[in-house]
Design a protein around this ligand. Sequence first.
Ligand code: PHB
Ligand code: FE
Length: 329
Amino acid sequence: MSAQTAYSVDASQPDNYYGYRSFKKGKFAFRRDEYFVHIDWPKGSHTLPADAFLRALQRDVAWNFFYGTVNFDSVFGTLNHYGTVDMFCGTFNDAYKEGGLDYMETYKSEDLMTTFKAILDDWTNAGYDPFAAPEETKMAFGRKDGDNKKAIERLRVTANRMVGIPGDTPPRTDAMGYPVNRQFADVEQDKPEVYPEPGFEKEVAGFNLFAYLSRSDVTWNPSVCSVVKESLYCPTSEEFTLPVEHGNDRVEWFMQMSDEIVWVVKDKETGRPRARVTCKPGDICAMPADIRHQGFSPKRSMLLVWENASNEIPKLINEGKAPVVPVKF
Ligand code: PHB
Ligand code: FE
């Protein structure tokens, strides 16, 4: 066993299960084989494909448990309390709850994060990139075969003010290792001309957001490109499926900037279907705070996610002082 103590190898499993380590966290046990991840908890067990699990785990790690609920699928996931985090099976699944199979444990966030990072590192093979579109990476499957630390240690880009403002996050270039993606070959790479009044050179700037997104090397990983008080503009390039069903704890807005995404929207607590929303270029929609949603992008597309990062909002919603929808008609 390694010196890290926040997780332990599951003693009930062979030490080298297909070459992979097995993990225990509280009463949860995790193991993977060539195709699947298996999760056991006191009242049940669950199996999901290894690639789907790793894509979701990668997002949960990179986003530090994100806003609200991160459902890896309809059974397993995490719920962020910003400092502590719940890990659950079946808690947000009507059938599991009715059958008494639901189970949840709460940890300090950094404690579960240590476990998640260890699983992600051990179960990601050489050449598999959980952030990449399926066409742009090797497969996740097979016996343990090396690692891909460079891919899994990417964090999301976070500007403090706006990309391109002197001293903040620089726009992406070829020289920085960000070539234009194969599916955005037609996106123009020109730069806006900006002529600030003398004295305002550090305050007024512009960058080509389409060019910036055309060079994203990841999918479903919003970068924070501008920050105004609590208002975060988080554009992202999407292809294939959003690897998680995100259960909001606040309203968030989507603006479809290119191509098309189909959103499947379900009730946050039960998982019952609520809506299917097809977003075409220029469409804007708001995701309510009482749903979970998953996006399907048939071709690489550009999406602007607009978040209000205020940590007051989940409390206000829970107390009924803020609405779960942005507008009531
Ligand atoms: C979301 O859950 O709102 C979300 C997450 C990642 C994305 C897009 C949307 O890339
Ligand atoms: Fe969301």
